[in-house]
Ligand binder design. Sequence first.
Ligand SMILES: *[C@@H]1O[C@H](CO)[C@@H](O)[C@H](O)[C@H]1NC(C)=O
Ligand SMILES: *[C@@H]1O[C@H](CO)[C@@H](O)[C@H](O)[C@H]1NC(C)=O
Ligand SMILES: *[C@@H]1O[C@H](CO)[C@@H](O)[C@H](O)[C@H]1NC(C)=O
Length: 403
Amino acid sequence: MAMKSRFFSRVVTTMLLWLFFLLSLAPLLVLGTAKECPFPAIFNFGDSNSDTGGLSAVFGQAPPPHGMSFFGGPAGRYCDGRLIVDFIAEGLGLPYLSGYLDSVGSDFTHGANFATAGSTVRPQNSTLRQSGFSPISLDVQWNEFYDFHQRSQVVRNHSGIYRKLLPNDGNLHKKLLPKAEYFTKGLYTFDVGQNDLTAGYFSGMTIDEVVANVPDIVTQLTNIVRYIYGLGGRNFWIHNTGPVGCLPYVLERVPVLASRVDEVGCATPFNDVAQVFNSQLKDAVVQLRKDLPLAAITYVDIYKLKYTLFHEGQKHGFKQSIRNCCGHGGKYNFDLELGCGGSKKINGTDVMVGKACDDPSKYVVWDGVHFTQAANKFIYDQMVGGTFSDPPIPLKMACHRKN
Ligand SMILES: *[C@@H]1O[C@H](CO)[C@@H](O)[C@H](O)[C@H]1NC(C)=O
Ligand SMILES: *[C@@H]1O[C@H](CO)[C@@H](O)[C@H](O)[C@H]1NC(C)=O
Ligand SMILES: *[C@@H]1O[C@H](CO)[C@@H](O)[C@H](O)[C@H]1NC(C)=O
């Protein structure tokens, strides 16, 4: 009897041990898919909302007082400090992104930024001088990326013509360029589309005409995601477009359409179109998930966060909403002819009149077109946890696919 019961208790103990073992595995099974993603690089595409030096390198630096709140001077950004993409880089423990077009002091080890201020998704039939839109549209950014993807590895491999040209000094040729695997493990971020809409308004299109272009804009954007997937990209982080009807440059430039405003003074026609764009983009992302079975694609509702800043900014420590910090004259401290950092000849000498406000951290809008660092930080802090994302997962989990 004693033998039997000892045997029995041993069986029970063994079973219990197994049970504990299996139970200890359970969290692993659940959390296994929720491990933080070790993103080793960021590859960014877009416009001035995320340009960290592209346009400045090619068409002239953004002048002071850009960069005043953080970089201590101009840093290729149309902002007093950091952009959302800078906060994303910080959040992932990566260095700030160098502009792909910036050949001075750039380091592409952990990614590259293909965005330039004024970029559209669709190539424009006008020059920067004529319309203010960058010739580096998204299709051009794709060409640059394709070239970078290919040639960065040729140089890292130290092969072909580089065998003779590069000094054979160990790792010199590997410096400053990403490893091949980073193109698969990296995060591909997008913030583009705003300028396609404003390019329509500025060229005299009606609201209906701009809306009619949205499907083509969205298709061209998502095609670039498909091409990158084809080269091995897997993790995509796509911002929707903001409430451009709350920005002085649109309000001042298209007064006819800007006459219908909401309670804080944002022009509803522009914001309605932005929402049309966003809803079509969101649908296109759903389709992308079906078509690209290995891709993790996060759609981020930047619109809602920017809109909150204009409507409830005071709750979050902002004193001004639409009126911008850096500029000169008019209803919004904004002059279409003379922007932030702009000078005027007064009595024969150049005097900077596009000055910054005393405390940019109390303003949402920096220069009539772009957001302040404080606004960008607010947006980043709100979005990083996943509350404004579809699927609602944190930035650091954005390599996990939603099925
Ligand atoms: C530029 O012109 C081409 C040819 O007429 C046209 O197909 C395209 O839609 C135009 N692009 C834009 C952005 O208007
Ligand atoms: C670089 O070297 C790796 C490993 O040998 C090879 O797989 C890859 O094709 C090379 N890439 C280029 C662009 O030369
Ligand atoms: C420019 O010079 C005139 C004549 O000396 C003077 O009256 C005026 O105040 C000056 N304007 C500014 C902005 O300094």
